[in-house]
Design a protein around this ligand. Structure first.
Ligand SMILES: Nc1ncnc2c1ncn2[C@@H]1O[C@H](COP(=O)(O)OP(=O)(O)OP(=O)(O)O)[C@@H](O)[C@H]1O
Length: 261
């Protein structure tokens, strides 16, 4: 099994603040990781490095067999699918759903004068069908519900057939129905052997699909635990990660956590 992401002794320092502190992490082909941790733990910072959007202050990062710092990131980024709220803010409100997805082929967020061939549009329409968006192809991005937007961002992230898929809080802001719909779609994606390696960031255990295989727990920039879900998702590790005594509940292969006095 070959590594898709390898980080060795990675730190990110800004002024007096250490955002990531000596992180070691390996994501192999076929693995589906969740990164869990409280607000400010460094999850988005870690994902930004894996997305080749941020260089560490110290340490070695290998993404898809390229070393960060020695590779042209503009060649590397199209091989990585990224869905995040930051990206959502860069999409013009008036852009159609079809254009939101198809423009990923050029790595841009708004359609201008680029020309897309039939294969690009066919690929975008196939992804929209898979993510329940076919009826929304001509709708403006700005008019979509939060759940629809999240699905557009994921379809867009898959547009370039990435070798690594990164999802930053894909279920944030969704109601229970929207969350469950998204979790089951992500579960299906995770079960598909043709899917790329997946890394998803979340604060909420309830959002982790059954089929996710690995977890990395972060607190104050440090890794509390990392490895297979079954060994990492313990009451002790999660209490340490979130900084309060938690009761961990498992329903089937899904998890939830509650405060414990
Ligand atoms: N340029 C910067 N200078 C100083 N501190 C920063 C900078 N960028 C981020 N931080 C801080 O680094 C910490 C980690 O931020 P990050 O966004 O990675 O955390 P997170 O785990 O994703 O948080 P959340 O769950 O709230 O989104 C936060 O305390 C944040 O305020």
């Amino acid at each position: 099994m070959s590594a898709v992401v390898e980080m060795v002794d990675v730190s990110v320092v800004r002024g007096q603040k250490t955002l990531l502190d000596s992180v070691d992490w390996v994501v192999n082909e076929g693995e589906r990781w969740v990164i869990l941790g409280p607000n400010g733990a460094g999850k988005t910072t870690l994902l930004s490095i894996a997305a080749a959007r941020l260089h560490p202050t110290r340490g070695m990062v290998d993404i898809l067999d390229e070393i960060l710092g020695a590779v042209d990131v503009f060649e590397l980024r199209p091989r990585i699918g990224l869905s995040s709220t930051v990206l959502a803010t860069q999409i013009p409100e008036g852009e159609t759903v079809l254009n939101c997805v198809v423009t990923a082929a050029y790595g841009v967020t708004g359609r201008w004068i680029e020309s897309y061939d039939d294969a690009d549009e066919a690929q975008a329409r196939e992804l929209m069908a898979a993510w329940g968006l076919e009826a929304l192809a001509e709708r403006r991005f700005g008019s979509l519900s939060e759940g629809e937007r999240k699905r557009v961002l994921i379809a867009r992230a898959l547009m370039t057939d990435p070798e690594l898929l990164l999802l930053d809080e894909p279920a944030a802001g969704l109601d229970v129905g929207g969350r469950e719909d998204l979790v089951s779609r992500l579960d299906e994606l995770a079960r598909d052997e043709a899917s790329p390696a997946i890394v998803m960031v979340t604060h909420h255990l309830e959002e982790v699909p059954d089929a996710f295989t690995h977890a990395l727990l972060l607190r104050e920039g440090r890794v509390v635990a990392a490895g297979p879900v079954r060994t990492v998702m313990t009451q002790k590790n999660l209490s340490e990660t979130f900084g309060l005594p938690l009761k961990l509940v498992k329903v089937g292969d899904r998890y939830a956590a509650f405060g414990r006095s």
